[in-house]
Design a protein around this ligand. Structure first.
Ligand code: HEC
Length: 294
């Protein structure tokens, strides 16, 4: 009788690999869901920080730059004194590090036509105007892909804003010359005139989550693989090799060869007990046959 060494081991490996595959797939799905949630929180946090930063730059411009810089320089309007201008410009510098983030100051009646609220932005602005929502977060499909957006209301916070946004007659002449007298006026103090909107492609948090998931899955697969190798070595040493010896001896005895060597009895495990019993059985059998022969 020929005993294949790998029979036990391959059954064992098959089951192990099956459990291995199921647990990797399950863990991957769970990790990915958790990590995506986390990545979204990180992106939301970044977006929030960027908006706060834009507000801080606006404040800095209206508190510290506007009072000392003339709005008119050699007949040209000095846009650097405009809070919205400095917020947008500085965001462009920030985008060199964060090219996936987009910032808009979407306004229903803007001074600069580039800032006009698009239909979906206008919806958000009117929600801010109606209710007391402080932040609106959502997803949006665009031809460039799915975007995550986050927005906050833009208010006319200070009296100084009205110097340029109330009526054209009080606005700097140079500004009227550059921007005209049709847009960006009749804003009221404390009213919501638009929304700050930060958008990020959804692929950004998804990519962040995927990268971490891949790393975790890779480490898990590595650990399981090492475990598999160690278990195989143990299986061979503790079960397969002794069972092979046992099978060989049993085979010889069944053919009438009672002179086979005693099996090694190492330790007290089940295999050792079995080997011990087998050795005794072989001796008893030998004695019985000797008695018969006498
Ligand atoms: C010196 C004049 C001036 C002052 C003061 C001023 N703005 Fe403006 N504001 C402008 C100009 C000009 C633009 C257009 C800038 C551009 O080209 O992007 C603008 C743009 C904006 C925008 C972007 C939408 C749009 O109209 O294009 C917002 C929002 C805004 N201002 C809000 C404010 C608030 C709030 C204050 C007060 C804290 C303020 N502004 C003070 C001149 C002014």
């Amino acid at each position: 009788m020929k005993l294949s060494t790998w029979r036990l081991a391959s059954k064992f490996n098959l089951v192990f690999l099956l459990v291995f595959a199921i647990s990797i797939a399950g863990a991957g799905a769970i990790f990915n869901a958790i990590l995506q949630q986390q990545a979204r929180q990180i992106v939301t946090g970044n977006a929030r920080l960027m908006m706060e930063n834009a507000l801080a730059i606006r404040k800095y411009t209206s508190k510290q730059i506007q009072p000392i810089l003339p709005t008119d320089h050699n007949g040209r309007f000095v846009a650097q004194t405009v809070p919205a201008y400095s917020a947008k410009q500085s965001f462009e510098y920030l985008r060199k590090q964060y090219p996936d983030f987009f910032y808009r100051e979407a306004v229903l009646n803007p001074t600069n036509p580039d800032d006009v609220a698009l239909a979906w932005e206008a919806n958000i602005v009117s929600r801010f105007q109606k209710g007391d929502e402080k932040e609106i977060v959502g997803m949006r499909d665009t031809p460039q892909g799915r975007y995550f957006y986050m927005s906050r209301p833009l208010r006319v916070t200070e009296q100084s804003c009205l110097k340029c946004h109330s009526v054209p007659s009080v606005a700097p002449a140079a500004m009227i010359r550059d921007y005209g007298d049709k847009r960006g006026f009749n804003w009221k103090l404390h009213s919501v005139i638009g929304a700050q909107v930060v958008s990020v492609p959804v692929s950004v948090p998804e990519r962040m989550a995927r990268n971490v998931t891949a790393l975790m899955m890779g480490s898990l697969a590595g650990i399981l693989l090492v475990t598999l190798v160690i278990l195989n070595l143990m299986l061979r040493q503790i079960v397969v090799a002794p069972v092979k010896k046992l099978a060989h001896s049993a085979d010889e005895i069944s053919k009438g060869n009672l002179e086979v060597e005693d099996l090694p009895v190492n330790g007290q495990d089940e295999i050792a007990v079995l080997s011990g019993s087998f050795n005794r059985m072989q001796r008893s059998l030998k004695q019985a046959i000797q008695m018969l022969d006498e």
